[in-house]
Design a binder for this molecule. Structure first.
Ligand SMILES: [Zn+2]
Length: 258
């Protein structure tokens, strides 16, 4: 009887010991996985014509996934208002009405990116890179300074006719403090007044088919240059179909790509 009890308790103790080993193994394995996950930080760049919804998608990723978004436009303004060395140079080019050289844009982006290389957040680059030279420099920065990031290119696909129609039908509230945006298909704006504040709704001067077509032409040229560069580097361009989809659906579809 006693022997039986000793045997039983040995077996129980043995089991406890073994399960302890399993738990231990499991947790080390999990730690390994977490380490691997931590490496899966991503730097995204979006391709897509103006009006395809890149900015909206980036904003959702920031709000819901905690991504950091770099907007080169915002960064320009920050440097200029803080009167940094980069800001002073930017000002010179802008005052002369000259294009900001790639070199200066890259320097500014590099500074921003490397200041975040220790963070655990993924990054979206909004409006960068715009040229193949900027793209080349970006790949160098990631390789040299941010080796724990994976670079991903996502192309938002939508017929330009669809964007053009949307922009032509766009109406904006003339009240500077409201600036609500509507579409002529919304019945609540049939009176031509803003349902929120009552001010008059206007069509933006550059929301005409001619101006929009010009913008597309400029964009398409840049995009082609970028795609040629990415393909020459053997990088995959992932496609996200955004045609006839709401920002919510687009965001859900994007999350499936992560
Ligand atoms: Zn309004």
């Amino acid at each position: 009887m006693l022997k039986g009890k000793i045997l039983l308790s040995t077996v129980v103790l043995g089991l406890i010991f073994l399960s302890g080993c399993f738990i231990f193994n499991d947790s080390t394995e999990n730690r390994g996985k977490q380490k691997e996950m931590a490496k899966e930080k991503m730097i995204f760049t979006f391709l897509g014509a103006p009006g395809s919804g890149k900015g909206t998608l980036a904003q959702r990723c920031a709000n819901n996934l905690g991504f950091e978004v770099l907007s080169t436009g915002d960064l320009f303004r920050q440097h200029i208002s803080n009167k940094t060395n980069i800001g002073k140079k930017l000002n010179e080019y802008m005052e002369k009405g000259q294009l900001v050289p790639d070199e200066l844009v890259v320097k500014m982006v590099k500074e921003w990116l490397t200041s975040r290389s220790d963070s655990d957040k993924s990054i979206i680059l909004d409006g960068f890179p715009r040229t193949s030279l900027q793209a080349k420099k970006l790949l160098e920065i990631i390789q040299q300074d941010m080796p724990n990031y994976v670079f991903k290119i996502v192309k938002l696909e939508i017929p330009q006719e669809e964007i053009s129609q949307r922009l032509v039908n766009r109406r904006v509230c003339s009240n500077k403090r409201c600036q609500a945006i509507y579409n002529t298909s919304m019945p609540e704006i049939s009176s031509g007044k803003c349902p929120k504040c009552g001010a008059e709704l206007l069509q933006r001067k550059d929301d005409t088919p001619e101006v929009i077509a010009d913008r597309f032409e400029v964009y398409n040229k840049h995009e082609k240059e970028l795609i040629n560069f990415y393909e020459s580097e053997g990088l995959e361009i992932e496609k996200l179909n955004v045609s006839q989809k709401t920002p919510d659906i687009i965001f859900q579809d994007f999350k499936k790509m992560l």
